[in-house]
Design a protein. Structure first.
Length: 512
């Protein structure tokens, strides 16, 4: 038990003891009893101690009963939810697991997933921005990434050496910042995918379409090893905000292709798709659409999801303020603009030549509708329990809960209540990591950064972790990340690493 829990238990015990003494003394005065030594021992010592012991003994049973009633709705309630009336609307599906081979992120909390996970243990909230102002001229809170050079985006947007610099003149500052963040994240993950390539490919294939000399001079791609023929296609999905111009999104895709060719990927082994997304919920739908069925076409392909977003710019601040979505005086539920880039590399199976620590497994996300008012925590607790049941993971095995909850009181209360109800062994504050508290609103980057940081913790500590998305107004998503079983370890639910496998997905238990 933590020090906080001990202090709280001691405080409650002292309050109960004083209340019992006051009640006994008042009773003696009312009935005019002259207490003897026996009265004092029996009513002022033994009675309070007996009451405290009874409370301590009954408290675990009460918690278990409350958790069971909260996380396991009655059949009638489950049927109401399935019919779309007043329930949580949890979407139950067959579980599937993907290996999260690598993750990368660059946000205000850190430039690596493990650094972000560590920083969230004691998050530093965003401060007032020195330049950005709202409509009345007051400074606004913003989660800005320090030390970012927006001119890096010119390499992505330039089609040749002569066009560098001209292509970015008509693009908003926040868009340039997002592309600059994406540059480092994409390059890290492209290099991370190289070890799963075969060593029998000629280096001449990568010379076509390589970056121009100025870009290669400034890019870490210049240190790329001779390219190799891929065992499977790398399918890259570039998740960019839908309010970006289509020309900018297309230029980002072409810049990514140039960088991939410079790193060592032949055209035949790379497939880049641009997805215009509006919010975090769209990213979860893209992730859920990845098929891990061994019999499906392209089942052995690897999937690289990349996202970039920035609201740290005066134009974005003006839009948020006009829609009354900015955190200002009188709007405690407003958003804090943030920025970042993140990506994850997924595969249905482990590479044949994999070495080092095994990558964690990502189970299928479980989606549901957001609750309202006091029912929000109960609905989220049901979703957390559904994610655990889908993976066959016992509640006691989960060590941390990662979420994208931010400064908004509604989100803080919701996730704290859900953790208390579904995982009473965990502390709602000490065992939770909230990405939004330190990084603000990062849009489509949030889900990938959430999974990358949670996966880094799972791989480092070897225990499962839950990820919970609360960013969307109407939808909630919960997903479990579990350590991959070692070759000598059976892949069953008793290990806490999930019952699903990449060869035969396990059925999701229904909530009873």
């Amino acid at each position: 038990m933590s020090r906080r829990s001990l202090l709280r238990a001691a405080g409650l015990g002292l309050v109960g003891l004083l209340a019992c003494w006051i009640a006994v003394v008042l009773y003696w005065r009312v009935v005019d009893i002259q207490p003897t030594a026996g009265h004092i021992v029996a009513y002022l010592v033994l009675l309070p101690l007996g009451l405290l012991c009874g409370v301590l003994l009954l408290r675990p049973a009460w918690r278990r009963m409350r958790t069971r009633d909260t996380t396991q709705p009655e059949p009638a309630k489950a049927q109401t939810a399935a019919d779309g009336g007043g329930g949580t609307g949890v979407e139950l599906a067959v579980d599937r697991t993907l290996y999260l081979l690598a993750g990368a992120a660059w946000m205000r909390a850190g430039d690596t997933p493990l650094a972000i996970a560590g920083a969230l243990a004691r998050p530093h909230r965003p401060a007032l921005h020195p330049q950005l102002r709202d409509a009345v001229g007051l400074p606004v809170f913003a989660a800005e990434v320090e030390g970012l050079d927006p001119t890096v985006a010119e390499r992505w947007l330039a089609t040749d050496a002569g066009s560098e610099g001209r292509a970015s003149r008509a693009i908003e500052t926040e868009t340039l910042r997002a592309i600059a963040l994406l540059d480092t994240v994409a390059e890290d993950l492209l290099f991370a995918a190289l070890p799963v390539l075969a060593p029998d490919h000629s280096a001449s294939d990568a010379s076509d379409g390589a970056l121009h000399p100025h870009a290669m001079h400034h890019s870490r791609s210049a240190r790329a090893a001779p390219p190799a023929a891929a065992l499977a296609v790398l399918r890259v999905q570039l998740l960019l905000p839908s309010d970006w111009p289509a020309e900018t999104r297309a230029a980002c895709a072409e810049g990514l292709r140039r960088k991939a060719r410079a790193v060592g990927y032949p055209e035949a082994d790379l497939c880049v798709t641009v997805c215009a997304v509006e919010a975090a919920a769209d990213v979860w739908r893209v992730l859920d659409a990845i098929d891990a069925d061994p019999g499906a076409p392209g089942a052995g392909d690897r999937h690289l999801l990349l996202a970039a977003h920035s609201l740290v710019g005066q134009a974005a601040i003006n839009r948020l303020d006009a829609r009354r979505e900015l955190l200002v005086d009188g709007l405690p539920e407003g958003r804090i603009p943030g920025e970042g880039a993140a990506g994850i590399l997924l595969a249905p199976t482990l590479p044949a030549a994999s070495s080092g620590p095994l990558p964690p497994r990502l189970h299928r996300p479980v989606r549901g509708m957001a609750g309202r008012g006091r029912a929000a925590s109960r609905s989220t607790a049901v979703l957390l329990q559904a994610a655990l049941d889908a993976a066959g993971c016992p509640n006691d095995n989960v060590a941390l809960v990662f979420s994208d909850a931010d400064h908004r009181p509604s989100r803080a209360i919701e996730i704290a209540g859900a953790i208390t109800a579904a995982l009473p062994e965990l502390e709602p504050i000490g065992h939770a990591r909230h990405l939004g508290l330190a990084c603000g609103d990062t849009g489509p980057v949030g889900p990938l950064a959430l999974l990358a940081s949670a996966a880094a913790h799972v791989q480092a500590d070897g225990v499962p972790a839950l990820a919970m998305s609360l960013a969307d107004r109407d939808a909630r998503v919960a997903v479990l990340l579990s350590p991959a079983p070692t070759p000598a370890q059976p892949d069953d639910s008793s290990t806490g690493s999930g019952s699903g496998s990449t060869s035969s997905p396990a059925a999701t238990p229904a909530l009873a």
